[in-house]
Design a binder for this molecule. Structure first.
Ligand SMILES: [Zn+2]
Length: 238
């Protein structure tokens, strides 16, 4: 087998709070160790995959992380005290892997990182207090939309940029001003819709349905707004 330069895999936890609101927040840390261990530079909670030890009896690495999602959840707990181990795996969404050749200044290895995103509500957070630990020096609830490229360690800005762009894209199509009592309903933000029409996205039982609701029309699913041509297939992610 050809030899290759050392490679290292990490995973990051991208935890937003009330993403579908006018002021979404994100959990960030200050790093305790170099690189980027400065108070004005923020990073996603995350760290290296624990490989475990190979057991030749069952051909399995044991006592390590089962997968990169488990790494992200474990590192989140260690660095911020936020315990999301009870969340179903399908609530997490894998974002594109961060793998560019200049993303990490450490010379020991090429570092690749897999980010996982989850959105929680304030009530999901309130029962747990954020507290910096392990490799984190401080933990913050930062305003997602205010973050700037120079604020971020490594290439974590790409994750922030993606989230900001996605938030703006959704916000141009669906109003984020949903009510707490109906968190699974988003109304289409439309300049040209007649006043007796309304386009609502419903996500009940994780089943997306876009409906037009003038009083006399039964609900049906549509992909584009017939009034402003907005792409309604870009659906809010609950
Ligand atoms: Zn429209």
């Amino acid at each position: 087998m050809p030899r290759h330069a050392p490679q290292s895999v990490t995973a990051d936890a991208v935890v937003t709070i009330n993403f579908y609101s006018p002021q979404p927040k994100i959990i960030l840390i200050n790093r305790l160790h170099p690189p980027f261990n400065e108070p004005t530079i923020y990073a996603l909670p995350g760290g290296h995959v624990k490989s475990g030890t190979f057991n030749p009896e069952n051909l399995r690495f044991e006592n390590g992380d089962q997968n990169t999602l488990q790494t992200a959840i474990r590192e989140l707990l260690e660095e911020t005290n936020l315990d999301l181990t009870g969340c179903l795996p399908n609530k997490w969404r894998a974002l594109p892997i961060m793998d560019s050749d200049n993303r990490d200044p450490r010379p020991d290895a090429r570092h690749f990182s897999q980010p996982y995103w989850i959105n929680i509500t304030t009530s999901g957070l309130s029962s747990k207090s954020l507290q910096a630990g392990d490799d984190a020096n401080a933990v913050y609830l930062s305003s997602l939309l205010w973050l700037h490229p120079n604020d971020m360690a490594f290439d974590h800005w790409y994750v922030i940029f993606w989230l900001q762009k996605y938030w703006r894209q959704l916000n141009s199509i669906w109003t984020t001003h949903y009510t707490e009592s109906k968190p699974n309903q988003f109304r289409h933000f439309c300049q040209t819709i007649p006043t007796n029409f309304e386009i609502i996205y419903l996500n009940e039982q994780n089943r997306g349905l876009v409906v037009i609701t003038p009083p006399s029309v039964s609900p049906f699913e549509i992909n584009y707004c017939p009034f402003c041509s907005a792409d309604l297939s870009i659906k809010p992610f609950i």
